[in-house]
Ligand binder design. Structure first.
Ligand code: ZN
Length: 131
């Protein structure tokens, strides 16, 4: 892993700027990555035009999963729900700026899976959401 990107990830892990929950919220979803023990909850508030006005994450797990969630929620404030539905694996990889093996990829993609399951109003998250 490149040292510069490693620093960005560790910084977002140790000092996340969007950790917390929103009460009330318009959208909330949570899921786990059992392979690593990561848990992520994402809460959103959206306005009448379906633009994300506030976004937070809460949870625990490895640095990649938590940093990915912090970067993701930060990046979607101001986006429409339609834009959020189109986010894919590549988007997360660009936010993190590193190449990941298959195990770490699951950690990185958990936040996107949770976000999209929430935005689509699904009962449970599926890997199809983050292809
Ligand atoms: Zn993990």
């Amino acid at each position: 892993m490149d040292d510069l990107y490693r620093e960005v990830i560790i910084d977002h892990y140790k000092n996340p700027s969007h950790r917390g929950t929103l009460d009330p919220h318009d959208i909330s979803f949570a899921d786990n990555n059992p392979l690593c023990g990561d848990h992520i909850q994402i809460d959103l508030r959206v306005d009448k035009n379906e633009i994300v006005t506030e976004a937070t994450f809460d949870g625990h797990g490895c640095a990649i999963s938590q940093a990915s969630a912090d970067l993701l929620v930060e990046s979607i404030i101001g986006k429409s729900l339609e834009e959020v539905r189109k986010l894919n694996k590549q988007y997360i990889l660009e936010l993190l700026g590193i190449d990941l093996g298959p195990v770490r990829l699951k950690c990185a993609l958990l936040s996107l899976k949770v976000l999209k399951a929430g935005v689509y109003g699904l009962g449970e998250a599926s890997d199809d959401l983050v292809e």
